[in-house]
Design a protein around this ligand. Structure first.
Ligand code: ZN
Length: 280
């Protein structure tokens, strides 16, 4: 027994080392698999969301805003008394939910004003190209075409707050901007009261703030927008459908579109939303 003990010890040691090697290898393989599957699987929604989207009549052309909301049977004109101007449209289900929320807010002394609602592809193309070509200044009154001559850097700069045509949630009739376009407005006084109310109550009416603060929870996508709210019963199936069927190479038809694939706009910007607004 005594003679065998050292041999047994060496054998055990060898087995342990090999097991360690195998574990090491397994860890490496697993990591690769996880990264790959994250790329492919995370954006993929459940088939239930896709089915729901199709039942609602949504398709890729709808997602990309290739329709006129004024002529779409599911869209309604927003009464100007809820907005800062005439001529805004929302999907009728979004609008009905908004009216319920508006009423409840009013009873609590909060006045909600829609500042922007549905913007189709052509409308967004107007905004994007004006910024791309410097006709409309970006923050600090900068001309993006001069400040960022390199296309990808320029696109990323504009993408801090504006969507590429074809990738905006404003195409969907599910999203609107409320009261003011700066986070500062919602951080004090009347704005803070409005934001606190929305944080407390909007979810009861189906609304969610997709562009929450950027950080470890939301590493990609647009900067925080306290004014932008989304109607989840429609937006979740639409997000799911976009994750499954919309590809970066379909994003085209405007100046700077060639940067879409390199940036990965579908994954980073369409799917880069606050976790509670996601379809999974
Ligand atoms: Zn918005």
């Amino acid at each position: 027994m005594k003679i065998f003990t050292p041999i047994l010890f060496v054998c055990l040691l060898l087995i342990a080392c090999q097991a360690g090697d195998a574990q090491q290898q397994e860890t490496t393989v697993d990591k690769t698999l996880t990264e790959d599957s994250l790329k492919q699987v995370t954006p993929l929604p459940t088939t239930d969301w896709i089915q729901l989207a199709k039942k609602k009549g949504f398709d890729v052309q709808y997602i990309m805003g290739n329709f006129d909301p004024a002529k779409h049977p599911d869209f309604v004109l927003v009464d100007a008394k809820y907005a800062d101007r005439q001529g805004l449209y929302l999907h009728k289900e979004t609008y009905n939910a908004f009216l319920e929320m508006y009423k409840a807010a009013k009873e609590d002394g909060i006045k909600l004003i829609i500042r922007s609602a549905t913007r189709n592809f052509n409308y967004q193309k107007g905004i994007w190209e004006a910024k791309w070509n410097g006709r409309r200044k970006i923050e600090n009154n900068k001309d993006a075409s001069k400040a960022y001559p390199e296309p990808e850097a320029r696109a990323l700069k504009i993408l801090e707050y504006s969507s590429m045509p074809g990738t905006s949630r404003h195409h969907w009739g599910t999203d609107f901007d409320l009261n003011a376009f700066t986070n500062e407005y919602f951080e004090k006084g009347e704005g803070l009261k409005i934001y606190e109310w929305l944080k407390q109550n909007a979810s009861s009416y189906g609304f969610c703030q997709p562009y929450s603060p950027k950080g470890s929870e939301r590493p990609h996508g647009y900067n925080e927008e306290k004014w932008h709210w989304s109607y989840l019963p429609l937006a979740q199936p639409l997000t799911a459908l976009a994750g499954n069927e919309l590809k970066d190479n379909m994003i085209q038809g405007f100046d700077g579109a060639e940067t879409a694939k390199k940036i990965g706009v579908v994954e980073k910007y369409i799917l880069g939303i606050y976790k509670d607004c996601r379809p999974d």
